[in-house]
Write a protein that binds this ligand. Sequence first.
Ligand code: ADP
Ligand code: MG
Ligand code: ZN
Length: 496
Amino acid sequence: MTVGVLDYDDALASFDPVLGLEVHVELNTASKMFCGCANAFGAEPNTQTCPVCLGLPGSLPVVNAKAIESAIRIGLALNCSIAPWCRFARKNYFYPDMTKDFQTSQYDEPIAFDGWVEVEVDGERFRIEIERAHMEEDAGKLVHAGGVTGRIGDAEYSLVDYNRAGTPLIEIVTRPIRGTGAKAPQVAKAYVSYLRDLMLSLGVSDVRMEQGSLRCDANVSLMPKGATELGLRTETKNVNSLRSVERALTYEIQRQAAVLASGGNVHQETRHWHEEGYTTAGRSKEQAEDYRYFPEPDLVPVAPSPEWVEELRGTLPEQPQLRRARLRQAWGFTDLELQDVVNAGALDLVEATVAAGAGAQSARKWWTTELARRANEAGVDLAGLAITPAQVAQLQALVDAGTVNDKLARQVIEGVLAGEGSPAEVVAARGLAVVSDDGALSAAVDAAIAANPEVADRIRDGKVQAAGALIGAVMKDMRGQADAGRVRELILAKLA
Ligand code: ADP
Ligand code: MG
Ligand code: ZN
């Protein structure tokens, strides 16, 4: 299926890509958008339903106030204007994932509009205009069973799970994004990643792409260099990882370039992304349904007061990129060091560890190396490890005081994770403290000298660097718990 793609650099030499990103965010409200059913992922199919979200005749929806609050906070965080008055609309379609035969959405009256955000790729900043952020409900989930592809084409039968029907969604739509050139796929990835961080910091969604709580439809078109009119776009649906956003767009740019370069026309259509690395055609614009939108008569208009909107503005967290810049500065990290922390999902943990008294570099080191390794082994998030930032700070204080060295500190971590208590308690219980007491060290040094007479002779002849071998022997003898600096002094004094 990978016929007809142009080399990426060749494609970019002749065409300018234009992006359009539609991102769906499932809100993490306790209940659904228009009924009291639980809004939780992963329950037994069809256990979280009621007459409203099943669309049974005579049932009446009521708007979830918490969802409106989240929608407004998202709108504000995207620098949008908030509509003082707006309505829901019915988007009519006939499909088994929506028993009402319409989806309650917003059409020409979105709750938030005209915003912008800025994202950074390789040190270059790109401004992305937000056309709208509107509220809607999610549909149910169809499972096509009995085939090999999991798609409807070769399925024997299909199952439908209405637990997801009625989940509150925010759809965030950009204006066409121009001027990103060859970086278009990276800009798209950075934008979706930015939205993910933003939703996390707002606390409005779990934003788990693999579970579908953040989904991206990626539109792209090409303009021949020098052209002023937009080309026809394709819309690649439900791309469900950051990496796939970048890959799908890269592929579409190469594919469209091949079509245009050979004198063909791009069809305005939806396409499906395949993880093997290509897209295939879905619905074309000509087949697109007419949704016959009209204002939803069963719901009152949404009219947030200016006071409420301002109150919600006051609850916005610091913007993620500003927070990172501030922390990088305060901690004296390089870009790479900060990126490491962010990638490890350790920003909050490092911040809390520093607040508990540890140096920033030490905090970074523990969370991105030893603890990251242990979390990985245990298959949990860093935050899920049985050690707190305060305990990590306490451990580092023990290292700084010379009570334990780095190697012993790793054993302390093992003890803390095993539930043996605080770092100080583990040091005491396991007897892990470094020994710097001359009495104990002196005997071990004498034994090492006696066991290595040639090394001792070399040191007596002035080859001080040979002391390393004796220090190693003492360390081994004392299970790593000798104070290496003091051992060295003793060796040199005895062999002077
Ligand atoms: P649809 O209903 O087809 O999904 P939307 O307006 O919801 O249309 O979203 C289309 C997305 O594509 C928006 O982000 C829009 O800015 C963008 N877009 C529109 N025209 C183009 C184009 N020619 N090239 C690239 N993106 C485009
Ligand atoms: Mg759309
Ligand atoms: Zn319900």
